[in-house]
Ligand binder design. Structure first.
Ligand SMILES: NC(=O)c1ccc[n+]([C@@H]2O[C@H](COP(=O)([O-])OP(=O)(O)OC[C@H]3O[C@@H](n4cnc5c(N)ncnc54)[C@H](O)[C@@H]3O)[C@@H](O)[C@H]2O)c1
Ligand SMILES: N[C@@H](CCO)C(=O)O
Ligand code: NA
Length: 432
């Protein structure tokens, strides 16, 4: 074993960074044995230097992250600050000054992954980010390495723990969205500003990263269709139950049936209770991968939290350190397929549409005609009179597979019918 240590700079010492530092210290001997050289924490960049950080030598702490990454003797920079800047400039400077980088930053990778990979390649260094998608769950490496010989057709997953916790609460208790969000906040699952999670931004960033790796194609954050889950109601869950389904916020990356294009999207969807993703409870994450040769694979585990996320960071750290020792680099960006990313209108799936209609003769026929005129085939229709309403009924239509554009046209035309008083909800049905 080499005795000269590999030097690691840690940027950010929050929820994830403090766990990275702890594991580096407590598992130092094992890490050294696995890597073939000791790893030394050579500097820790923080924003608040006065805070007491158990197990971290105060002499290592600095507020000057830029000077730390430019020191020249750093082998690996671990970026767990988050956000776009200064993380992007720091990572770029790290490559320029000879370091490899491990990051957990999905927002940055989804936005600037291509440029950062190019910088890593230019300087002959590694950029690893297993922790950026689904926390501790090994996913990036299985997609990039274990499945490198297969053809991935679909990646569908629950990649946000906060929203899964909220939806699971709504499902199991009948609570409304706000009540479930309040509980998630009180228990520390949801942040004070939950926008990134509940509006699907976090999941969309992860979808962009996953689609890019799965399809060897550059998929930018802007290419991902995004709908949050704030409009999901207790009534939607009741409808889902009636169909033997539950509702999950899904990130879905798909190759088109002709293989010539791909799509990436995040939205709430009904899935059958028999689908493996339906049994993912609480704040857990899971990703379902379908490929030509392997068939169906499921990756499941904790998608967030300090120690679980640090597990993924440490795994990357070991891999990157091994590469440094033998002067190699691991796989970089693979975007050779360069498939076009189609807009949401071209996505084909099934829909569950709940309408408030006038309860009188001919209405069902009128509604069915609108679906037929737009080429959307109906699978089932369920009508329920509502005793409390003045001559209104709820009409629930479940369609066969149709394009999002055709469904959009159908709904627009339905809204124009006098007999359709309102469109209570539209939800996609996945996983069948
Ligand atoms: N917390 C999780 O469960 C989780 C899971 C997966 C990925 N991640 C990702 O890991 C990263 C870190 O997340 P976190 O939960 O640890 O966040 P956090 O807010 O707890 O920690 C970030 C730390 O960086 C510090 N910081 C900010 N700007 C800095 C600067 N210029 N120099 C030095 N330090 C600076 C902050 O003071 C803070 O302590 C993010 O990219 C996040 O998306 C987090
Ligand atoms: N806010 C994210 C953290 C992990 O990226 C979640 O709830 O899953
Ligand atoms: Na992961």
């Amino acid at each position: 074993m080499r005795t000269r240590p590999l030097k690691v700079a840690l940027l950010g010492c929050g929820v994830v960074g403090s766990e990275v530092a702890r594991i580096m210290t407590t598992h130092a001997d094992d890490l050294a044995a696995r890597i073939g050289a000791p790893v030394e924490l050579a500097g820790v960049a923080v924003r608040r230097p006065d805070r007491v950080r158990a197990g971290i030598d105060p002499a290592l702490v600095t507020t000057d992250a830029t000077a730390l990454v430019k020191r020249g003797d750093i082998d690996v920079v671990v970026e767990v600050i988050g956000g776009i800047e200064p993380a992007r400039s720091l990572i770029t400077a790290a490559f320029e000054h000879g370091a490899s980088v491990v990051s957990a930053n999905k927002a940055l990778l989804a936005q600037d992954g291509a440029a950062l990979h190019a910088a890593a390649e230019e300087h002959g260094r590694d950029l690893y980010y297993e922790a950026a998608v689904a926390g501790a769950i090994p996913l990036i490496r299985p997609l990039r390495e274990s499945l490198a010989g297969d053809k991935i057709n679909r990646v569908m997953g629950i990649v946000n723990g906060t929203t899964n916790f909220i939806l699971d609460k709504m499902d199991s208790t009948g609570a409304g969205y706000q009540e479930a969000l309040d509980e998630a906040t009180a228990l520390g699952y949801a942040e004070a500003d939950p926008t990134a999670d509940v509006e699907g931004f976090d999941a969309a960033a992860k979808a962009a990263i996953l689609a890019g790796i799965a399809f060897h194609t550059r998929v930018r954050l802007d290419d991902v269709h995004r709908e949050g889950m704030t409009e999901v109601t207790a009534a939607d869950f009741a409808s889902a139950k009636a169909m033997g389904c539950t509702i999950k916020l899904l990130a879905i990356c798909e190759r088109a049936e002709d293989g010539a294009s791909v799509t990436a999207r995040v939205h709430p969807a009904m899935i059958p209770l028999t689908h493996p993703l339906a049994s993912v409870r609480g704040a857990y994450n899971a990703v379902f991968v379908e490929s030509d040769a392997a068939g169906q694979l499921m990756f499941y585990g904790p998608g967030a939290g300090g120690a679980p996320t640090a597990s993924a960071v440490l795994g990357d750290l070991v891999a990157v350190c091994r590469n440094r020792l033998d002067g190699s680099t691991g796989p970089g960006e693979s975007a050779y397929a360069a498939l076009p990313v189609s807009p949401m209108g071209e996505v084909v799936t099934r829909y569950h549409i709940s309408l408030d209609v006038a309860d009188k003769p001919g209405v069902l026929a009128q509604v069915a005609t609108v679906f037929a005129e737009h080429g959307v085939s109906i699978d089932t229709v369920r009508q329920q009179g509502r005793p409390d309403s003045d001559g209104e009924a709820s009409l629930v239509v479940v369609t066969h597979r149709a394009s999002d554009a055709a469904l959009g046209g159908t709904v627009e035309a339905l809204r124009k019918l006098d007999t359709v008083r309102g469109v209570a909800s539209i939800m996609r049905v996945e996983g069948e």
